[in-house]
Structures are given as structure tokens and as C-alpha cells.
Design a protein around this ligand. Sequence first.
Ligand code: PA5
Length: 501
Amino acid sequence: MQLPDENIEYHFQRLLVPLHDSWTPLAELQSQHLLPPERLDRLKDEAIKIRGQVVAERELQNPPPEKRPLQPGFIDLPQKLLDGYKRKQDASELGKILRLAQRLRDTVDRVVILGVGGSHLAPKAIFDALCHSHHNEMPSKLRMGKPRIYFEGNSSDSDGLQELFELLENTCVDPDIVEERWGVVVISKSGGTLETAAAYRAVRGEAVKFYGPDKETLRKVIVPITGPKNSRLRDLCRADGIPDEDILTVPEDVGGRFSAFTGVGLLPAAVMGLDVRAMLLGAATMTRRFIEEPFDRNPVLQFAAVNHLMTERGKTTRVTAAWSKKLEAVGWWYDQLLSESLGKNGRGPTPLTTVATRDLHGRGQQHQEGPRDKLINNLVVRQIKHPPVMIGMSDRNEDDLNQFSRKGLPDVMEAALKETNDTYAGVARPTADITLPMISEHTIGQLLQLLMLATVVEGRLCGTNPYGQPGVEGYKRNLVSNLKATPNLPKGEVRDQAKGV
Ligand code: PA5
């Protein structure tokens, strides 16, 4: 049973128009830029109705044309994975994920994760939120068997990948020493995305150079994650002798940006030594709250309804303000989720991620005094993980900080949050808070599932199909056509791996 204080919540009261006895300039601004409570009240029934539809969509075997594409598989997946593991242990999908992760951890000390978009951002968000900020620099003893993690294939940046090869070539010399061995997790649901495929070809070439062409060794250090059908990546891996039981499958009814709780997010999380069951439990709890709770206790419906109404009121730039550096990549993940889900038919809010207090020294100016087109959703963490860094007393007080000697950085953060929210409220700039009791596998599981569910509800509220990404698919096709049309003259001096292995 989950304790209430482990729940994450959405607090939006600050952005409701307050009651006033008389007219003031501030009251006028509030009526223009905040949300009248009666508008939210009117939407509650509609939100509950939409929830019923979203829940019913899970059962649709043959969706009507206006609902296509439909990929609601992510909604029940966390609980299904947990149930399957309980029943079948190692023989379940989660058992397979844990087995492959353990094999990688036993075999190598560095893992290169290849993937782009939905096949990159969830593992990146999970890594940044839950692993040590300097994980890769920590000596192996302090990492306690957790390999170093590198992300590539998320762009066509040649220098970035070349510099990773340089690092691997200079630090990994003897493939018989575990500390010098490296492995690959290659993620592509379609199995054909050019950025990932090209990076994998190069990385696979490096692996062959390092380990030799022996398929048995390569099989142990490469874990592919791909869709069930028509995947060139699957074909390539099979041809390399990687058996199906060592390939993780992204279910057909789970879209790329909704795949955090498939092998896409879970295998990297398990390689990082994280508690994937706690993460799944958090996600499953959020699904249960979404399905069972009334509007006033339902953070999914609240987030979807409030954000939808604020977009309608002209707050078309949606800022995710992370009040912990560790949550910045969760913001990037949400940027993609929102862009691809609702950015269609000439509509959809524009997402933006900021980090406080860093960006209060830049973007903060624009958010406070620039165009009134923003809704700020703060991601607030109540409990920090480590003992606080204190300001402390000093013999030299030229910086005048002795007055704060008994205060620490968490106090600075709290004061900045209060000050910023108050200042924005004072000029009728809307802000709300998603509060996390702490950053843990359990709360990150809740947070990602909350945002995925809310995005689907919001799509249904505004009449946009949240599934599918026709624009991105078009980009992918055009990229391949364009590449075919360019002459085969490589830029710069070619390294060995470009000649093929
Ligand atoms: O959300 C999506 O579907 C996209 O962002 C994809 O995740 C991204 O294009 C990568 O696709 P794939 O996993 O097929 O390589």
C-alpha cells in the first residue's frame, strides 16, 4: 500500500482568478491572464467523460478511422509487467529485461546507449534524475558494479561520436579485462531510423575491431531493443547471431515517446542499477489514480484540464521549470512528448524546459516581463537526497554572507521558489507546481506516467489525436531521399570504420 506522502501532486490554486471585492489593476490583469475557477468547474465533467473514453480505448481491437493511430498500450503496461514478473519471474518480460541488464553489468564497464527521440529521451531522463551527477567519473568501486553510460545516435553529430570512439580507444585496450570492456544498447522501435542505424553501424564496427569478429562475444555485449515487425535492426541483429530471446521488443501498441516503461527505459535503468520495480510501481499507481480518483484528487485530470484551458486562454508557451538540475532531462522528455502529441493541424502548445535557479538569470527576465503567452509548471522536489551544503561562518565576511551562516543551498532554493512564484503572481503571470516528495525511482515512475496520461487526455480534450507523429515520419523519409540525392563524397578524412566491417 502506498503512503500518501509518497504521492506526487499538482498544485494549481495560484493560477485561479481570486475573488475580489473591488476593481484593482491587478484584479483586471488576473481576470485576463489567470483561470476563472468556474471555467475549470465546467470542464470537470468533460474531463471525467474523456477519461472514460481513454480507458475504453484500451479495449478497442479495431478502432474507427478517426481514432487511428491508437496506441494506448502504455497505460496498463507497468502493472502488466509487474504481474507477469510475479507469475513467471525470469520467464516474464521483466525477468528478461533484468537478465539482459545483469549480463551487461557482469560483462562490461561502459555501455553506449544508441537511440533518438522516444528511444533516447526516457533513458536519458532516468539516468540524469536517478544516477549520481558524476556517475561516469566515479571510480568503479564507488559505482558498485554499475557501468559508465554514454548516449549517442541521438543526432547526426559526427564529432560527438568520433570523440566517444577516441575515448574508448584510449581507455579500453584489453578486451579480456572487464574494466576495459564496453557494450551497446541499440534502441529503435521502427528499426530503421537513420541517425540510430548509422551510429550503430559505426559502433558495431568499433566493437568488431575491439573484440574481433567472434559472434559469441558480440552477442554478449550488444542488446537490441526494437519493434516486433519490419525492423531492419532486428534483421541485422539476427544475421549477427543474436537470438530473439536476447532482443527486447517494444510492443506495437506503445508509441516511441510513450515507451519509457518498456525495455526502452527499463533495460537502461536496470543496467544503471536502479530499482525498476519501484519505478513500475510508481507508474502503475499513477494509472490507478487516473482511473479511480475523482477530479479533485486526480493529478492527471487536473494537469490535463488546467493546461488545456490555459492554452485556450493564450498561454501557448508551456514552460517546465525544473527546480533541480537532475530533472532537466525530464523536461526535455516532456518537450518531445508534448510536441509530437499535440503539435498538429496548426495547433498545440510550444514546450520549453528551464532549470531554476540557473535560468532565472536569463529566461527569467522574459518570463516576468516578456509576452504574456506562458504557463509555468514548476517541478518542485520537497526532500533533497544529500546533507545540505551550508553557507557557514567565515573569518572573511567581505561577501556579507555571515548573516546567512545557518542557512544552506536548500534554503536559497526555497526562497527563490517562493520569491519567483510570488513575483509572477503579483503581476498575474500563471504558475503551478508538480511536487515530488523526493527524487526516487518511485516518484519518477509516477511523474512520467502522469505526464503521458495527461498528454493523451489533453489531446482528446482539444480534439487532436495524441498518438502518431506524421511530421516526424515525413522528416525521416525526406532525410533518406535527400541523402540518396547527394553525391557520395565524404566530408573530411575517413576513419576505418566508415569503410565497413
Ligand atoms: O515518438 C516517436 O515515435 C519518435 O520520436 C521516435 O521515438 C523517434 O523518431 C525514434 O524512432 P525509432 O525508435 O523508430 O528509431
